[in-house]
Write a protein that binds this ligand. Structure first.
Ligand code: ADP
Length: 492
């Protein structure tokens, strides 16, 4: 019997316990999919305020974590990922994590974030040693755990963990963990790492850069984003480093939770449906129109957007296109929160055309389900999109995405070809109000002139497989590759 591979996830988020975005979804779902394939996976996260700590088992003895100022003694709590046996260890250290937010108030960061996440990174390694459970691979995620590969290569030198391969996954390169040079001392590491192939990046301390040099292998959350971040347009200053490691960098598309997002069973919907019987989708559309206070009409196409109202998502471009788009006979609903200026602009536009446009400035998961099910077309005019989840939810709900050709959107939405009817959505390249409006117009004319194409695209979209099982197989291959590179022989 070959022994199972041991993989330790170290992350700052893990759904459903703590989540602000896609990173939390990945860390909450991928370990269970790996475990189903026989991988021995465990997860380490901080114990944040608001997590259901009373449902976590308290493990014996404090764990001592070396910090720059001495030794931090923390408690360790243990839970399991829902619908799986995967162990989740939460490091309990109130001075760092008993706060109202994960990283800081909206638009702001806690001043001691480097220290907080140095603690998490170092603590995860100390925990593995204390448990006597030495991972073959340590998988870390974004800047908050970027110190892990560096610690494995330095403070663990000639220790048991030194043999562990490290995989560093970029979920969003816009966040790199940049600090003042003097903060290097807070990592507990020495000045010898202060150079351009370590932490130093144009005079700043950059945690992501150090991880890009120190990790055994690198990954990001879609194949197209893996290519784009090697270019100056999308590399946020690290494109050169990434290009220099292009042979060690892969893009693996995120999965989605296909139980939570299933139009056949979704409890949030007015009616349930599948690809063979779309009568339920028509009822969801009518219900959504009524909920939005829009005329209940089956014939008019209903467009939707759900997401963070930020520049990354291209919501400013949509706002600039609205005058043109809302002159047409269509309907638009929007659900999101974000930049106050964009919230105000969209709210004002909706107030001008209440018969065509409804904007909900809110975060509301059940409503996100109702919007995905009730809409005909889903808008994602993103400036950049590492993977994106909403377009996959849309496809699964038979709602055709209209997306900018960037990142994971390219890898998930097949372009419509109006001669053959092939494809699952509408893609456009130039990010501007003109080309977005043109593409919405293209979808509109397809709706009126080629309804058979819309129906065929829907059926095709709903048949796609975006389960985590597919992604888990790709990660397993990546872990084996990382192990072999670290040890110089294949994992048996
Ligand atoms: P990102 O992680 O960049 O924000 P994704 O498309 O990867 O974008 O994932 C966004 C997730 O957050 C999706 O699950 C989406 O449904 C959800 N979401 C975003 N905004 C809202 C909102 N206002 N209400 C409900 N869910 C939202």
């Amino acid at each position: 019997m070959p022994r199972p591979m041991k993989v330790l996830f170290v992350a700052s988020e893990c759904a459903p316990f703590a989540k602000t975005g896609g990173l939390g979804d990945v860390v909450g779902a991928l370990p269970a999919a790996l475990a189903a394939n026989g991988v021995d996976v465990r997860v380490v996260v901080p114990l944040y305020a608001g997590m259901p700590w009373h449902r976590f088992e308290r493990l014996e003895g404090p764990l001592a974590v070396p910090m720059w100022w001495g030794s931090a003694r923390c408690a360790v709590r243990l839970a399991r990922l829902p619908r799986s046996d995967v162990r989740v260890y939460a490091l309990e250290y109130r001075r760092y994590f008993d706060r109202p937010h994960l990283y800081g108030p909206p638009g702001d960061a806690y001043g001691d974030n480097l220290e907080r996440f140095a603690f998490l990174s170092r603590g995860a390694l100390e925990l593995a040693k204390a448990l006597g459970w030495l991972p073959d691979v340590i998988h870390c995620h974004d800047w908050q755990t970027a110190l892990v590969p560096v610690y494995v290569n330095t403070v663990e030198w000639a220790q048991p963990l030194h043999g562990a391969a490290t995989v560093y996954t970029i979920h969003n390169l816009a966040y790199q963990g940049v600090f003042d040079p003097g903060a290097l001392a807070v990592t507990g590491l020495g000045r010898e790492l202060w150079h351009p192939t370590g932490f130093e990046h144009f005079g700043t301390l950059n945690l992501t850069k150090a991880a890009l040099y120190h990790a055994t292998l690198l990954s990001t959350v879609s194949p197209t984003y893996a290519r784009e971040i090697q270019t100056p347009e999308q590399g946020f200053g690290l494109d050169g480093v990434l290009a220099s490691r292009r042979g060690d960098l892969v893009g693996i598309l995120n999965g989605i939770d296909v139980v939570e997002w299933d139009p056949r069973t979704d409890p949030h919907l007015a009616a349930r449906y599948d690809a063979n019987d779309l009568a339920g989708k028509a009822r969801c559309k009518a219900a959504l129109q009524a909920e939005a206070g829009l005329p209940v009409r089956a014939d008019v196409p209903l467009f939707a957007l759900v997401g963070r109202l930020t520049g990354q998502k291209g919501v400013d471009v949509l706002a600039a296109a609205l005058d043109r788009v809302l002159a047409w006979d269509l309907q638009l609903v929007l659900l999101g929160t974000g930049d106050p200026d964009l919230e105000a602009a969209l709210g004002a536009a909706a107030a001008r055309r209440p018969d065509r446009f409804r904007a909900w400035i809110a975060f509301d998961e059940p409503r996100a389900h109702r919007v995905e099910a009730g809409a005909d077309f889903f808008l994602m005019p993103s400036r950049f999109e590492p993977c994106g989840l909403n377009q996959m939810y849309s496809l699964r709900y038979g709602t055709l995405p209209i997306v900018r050709a960037t990142g994971g959107l390219v890898d998930t939405v097949a372009p419509y070809d109006e001669r053959t009817g092939a494809g699952t959505g509408f893609l456009f390249r130039d990010l501007g109000p003109g080309s977005l409006a043109d593409t919405i117009g293209w979808a509109l004319s397809t709706w009126w002139d080629r309804p058979a194409h819309v129906a065929a695209m829907r059926r095709r979209a709903m048949a796609e497989d975006f389960s985590w099982a597919r992604a888990a197989r790709a990660y397993e291959a990546l872990y084996r590759d990382a192990w072999a590179r670290r040890r110089g022989r294949p994992f048996a």
